[in-house]
Ligand binder design. Structure first.
Ligand code: SF4
Length: 462
């Protein structure tokens, strides 16, 4: 059986060992910043409890809050659209743009539009879409999807960005100074902002009570993109709602600290209806979310505020990179959300987890991530999406553990084999762990014998 899915893609990423180490260290640095920011707030755990309770209440009464939001947003002058899936979402956005004769759009970071593959769809209809978040623009120029939901180009080195900018923006060859490159990007994007005829943004939080919404960025690109042209389209998943304006403070305090260790994002922009003389369209997208609301096991995954903390802490994500998940949202939360859409396609993701529980510990909205990953493993086994080899191994284990005499016999065989087994497992050419390391030559004696010798020599020294 040929291995597929996450293990194969992860193997490609770890084959470049220096990059894998550097990726791991960069994300660990952010994780430690997050820890310092969280520990600086004595009420951190209380905030997490409050956020989880607010989200649980929102999801439990989602239909009511959505209707309340629609009513209040319309009263503020916004147009509301409902999309049941990605195709409908894309079509709605396209029709609005075509009605206004728009051919150039600036878009701020939105994982929902990534999920719906909006960019290629609009480009197929001769509409130029420019991602204005710097990280997103870099991966757009590289023709790649983002590898992280907060740090889209975390897998790219500054020297590679220099090459990319030299090719597309005409910067000096070999230049990799971040300040110089950021300046070049700023000038390039400024021209795109001024030429754009419509702005598309995501939504971090929408407030049912007011009909307004909030977009958080560190670069101010959403504000510029949505304020320069007269037409603003905001695309949001239906789970982005909060019931009351007073709930917002809890989430704003948690979001930036969990994402990057900042006390707050540089820009938390509030939109309350269209700007004077402008037009605001809000597209509310389901795309499989209602099915998750109906699942007792996975409903809590809708609490996610896309901070990325579970990715930064995950030992597997840090060492295998976001592209190895081949899902819009990678990492622990992505390994729960992606199988909810297509369990067969993403069957390997819940198994790309060490079940260490670190993601659950850092999640600001207290999603029991590792428990849900474990539940997905069971689901995938029940739906028979496990590879043949794993199914056979499980069946064998059931037979051995179900019969006392087979269990005892296996024990006897095991006692004979076990001293030799660790050596065999490490020193064989199929062992991916051993392939990546400079192993010492294979010892002639078993590990157990070597260990006993060492214990004996330590005793005699004492
Ligand atoms: S699951 Fe939790 S930690 Fe992960 S991105 Fe969502 S909110 Fe952040």
């Amino acid at each position: 059986m040929v291995a597929t899915g996450h293990p194969v893609r992860a193997e490609k990423f770890v084959a470049d060992l220096p990059r894998a180490h550097w990726h791991d260290q960069s994300l660990w640095f952010i994780r430690t910043k997050r820890d310092r920011a969280a520990h600086s707030l004595p009420e951190w755990e209380t905030l997490r409890e409050q956020a989880a309770a607010i989200k649980a209440n929102t999801v439990a009464h989602l239909a009511d809050y959505l209707e309340e939001f629609e009513r209040n947003a319309k009263a503020l002058g916004a147009h509301i659209h409902w999309a049941s899936d990605a195709a409908e979402h894309n079509q709605i956005v396209l029709s609005i743009l075509q009605q206004h004769g728009v051919t150039r759009v600036c878009k701020s970071k939105s994982m929902l539009t990534e999920e719906c593959h909006l960019n290629p769809f609009l480009e197929r209809h001769q509409i130029e879409v420019i991602d204005t978040d710097l990280g997103e623009r870099i991966v757009q120029l590289a023709n790649e999807p983002p590898s992280h939901i907060v740090l889209p180009c975390i897998h790219v080195k500054k020297e590679e960005i220099g090459e990319l900018f030299h090719k597309h923006l005409g910067t000096d060859k070999g230049a990799s100074d971040p300040k110089y490159l950021a300046e070049a990007a700023r000038n390039h994007l400024r021209a795109k902002f001024l030429a754009s005829e419509a702005g598309i943004t995501g939504v971090n939080f929408a407030i049912a009570e007011t009909g307004g919404f909030v977009v958080c960025t560190n670069e101010g690109n959403a504000d510029l993109g949505a304020s320069l042209p007269k037409l603003h389209i905001a695309c949001m998943g239906i789970e982005k709602l909060l019931p009351r304006q007073a709930d917002l403070g809890v989430f704003l305090r948690l979001l930036a600290r969990s994402a990057t260790g900042q006390p707050i994002t540089a820009y938390s922009s509030h939109f309350q209806g269209p700007m004077p003389g402008g037009e605001l369209h809000i597209v509310l997208v389901d795309n499989g979310r209602s099915n998750i609301v109906g699942s007792d096991d996975f409903r809590r995954s809708l609490n996610c505020i896309r901070c990325g903390a579970c990715m930064n802490t995950c030992p597997v994500y840090r060492r295998t990179g976001g592209h190895s998940y081949e899902a819009t949202v990678p990492g622990p939360i992505g390994s729960i959300l992606a199988p909810s859409r297509d369990a067969k396609k993403h069957a390997t993701l819940p198994f790309a987890c060490s079940l260490c529980g670190s993601c659950t510990d850092v999640c600001p909205v207290k999603i029991d991530l590792h428990q849900q990953l474990l539940t997905w493993r069971r689901e995938i086994a029940v739906q028979k999406y496990l590879p043949w080899s794993k199914r056979m191994a499980m069946k064998l284990a059931r037979i051995v553990l179900g019969h006392v005499w087979i269990y005892r016999l296996a024990g006897k065989v095991g006692r004979f084999l076990l001293p030799k087994l660790p050596r065999m497992l490490v020193y064989n050419r199929f062992n991916p762990w051993g392939k990546q390391r400079d192993l010492p030559p294979m010892p002639k004696r078993s590990f157990r014998e070597l260990y006993r010798d060492r214990q004996r020599s330590e005793k005699s020294v004492r």
